[in-house]
Design a binder for this molecule. Structure first.
Ligand code: SF4
Length: 356
């Protein structure tokens, strides 16, 4: 590629490829900024196949900003259950309320106004501006970073400020201002399906002749990345209590993973712990006292991987005789066992519930 390389050709090639290969998806049939916003948020950190049904359910349940703003938090989290990264659902809900209150229910049309909404960053704002309003804003997601990093052999790590700046400048330079909505969707789809993280389909690639990494046979070395952040191990011990056809759930209210989702009574330890070790903790005594008639059965041990944490979870079934006078502090809700699935829970708890 030379100084005088015509960016226009890259964009036109991408758009041409897209017209022939684009996936038919419901959010591509609309120019409604609300629907585009929902789809973009669902598809962050989520594969299209998985996000597809969530999108349809979410839009059916909350067809517009007003419906979402008026919904209860539990309802929003329940629709989101299983998608992970629950802060996305909290932010969607909060932003819908902002639109109702600040913008009188009208989805904002200015980039700076969209960017002022809770949880909306440059990527989502650019996607809404370009796809809903056809304004020339280049989107830069993981796919775009990878494609540009390979095409132009960007040496700066894509997760560094300098790398991102450099790629953003190129992304804006190659954007077709006449058709920003097609260009943006084309480059993201191209990255997702052709210029994939592993085993990119270089032999089928219409940009092959323009690709520096391909020309130098170093595709696998791009994108360059800084070493990822440290992973923390956590050890959870959950107690699925059964007493008089009721069980107990508690809302996670701390600023931690799964905020405002429900879970069984939990003891978290700083290292792996056997049941005997757990029994000797103050937390265990606070939950169960010294009652000897309770039957504890270890149900499962699960390794649950999140982006920066690995949760090692043990589930215990706790059977308390009906005649026993048992209760837990107020923060635990006593609920009939058959209503347990009405509560929004993490994917970890949801998987347990499916099996027990
Ligand atoms: S040639 Fe390969 S690495 Fe280069 S843009 Fe095409 S798919 Fe990506």
């Amino acid at each position: 590629m030379t100084e005088s390389f015509d960016y226009f050709v890259i964009s036109k090639t991408l758009q041409c490829w897209y017209e022939q290969n684009k996936r038919e998806l419901p959010w591509r049939e609309t120019k409604d900024p609300y629907a585009i916003w929902i789809s973009e948020v669902i598809l962050q950190q989520t594969r299209v196949n998985q996000g597809y049904d969530y999108y349809l359910r979410f839009i059916r349940r909350f067809p517009n900003v007003k419906a979402l703003a008026k919904a209860s938090e539990d309802d929003v989290l329940k629709q989101w259950q299983g998608l992970g990264y629950y802060s996305r659902a909290h932010n969607l809900h909060a932003a819908a309320k902002q639109i109702e209150e600040i913008f009188h229910g009208e989805f904002p049309k200015k980039y700076s106004d969209i960017l002022s909404l809770k949880g909306i960053g440059e990527y989502t704002a650019a996607a809404i501006m370009s796809i809903a309003y056809r304004e020339p804003f280049a989107v830069i997601d993981g796919n775009v970073l990878r494609v540009i990093s390979r095409l132009f052999m960007i040496e700066e790590p894509v997760n560094s400020v300098r790398g991102k700046k450099k790629i953003a400048a190129i992304a804006h330079a190659i954007l077709d201002p006449q058709h920003p909505e097609i260009h943006n969707q084309a480059i993201m789809d191209f990255g997702a399906t052709l210029c994939k993280p592993k085993q990119p389909k270089c032999n089928d690639c219409p940009l092959q002749v323009h690709c520096l990494a391909f020309a130098k046979n170093v595709v696998s070395e791009y994108p360059v990345k800084n070493k990822s952040t440290k992973i923390t191990n956590r050890y959870f011990h959950y107690f699925h209590i059964i007493h008089n056809d009721h069980t107990y759930l508690c809302k996670r209210e701390a600023n931690d993973i799964w905020k405002n989702l429900y879970e069984f009574p939990l003891i978290e330890t700083s290292k792996p712990s056997t049941f005997i070790e757990l029994q000797n903790t103050a937390s265990f005594t606070r939950l169960f006292g010294a009652n000897h008639d309770i039957l504890f059965t270890h149900q499962s041990h699960v390794k649950h991987i999140l982006s920066h944490q690995i949760i090692y979870a043990d589930f215990y079934k706790v059977e308390i005789p009906d005649s026993e006078n048992f209760s837990l502090p107020d923060k635990f809700q006593k609920i009939p066992a058959e209503y347990i699935t009405d509560f929004p829970v993490s994917r970890l708890i949801h998987k347990y519930m499916e099996n027990y």
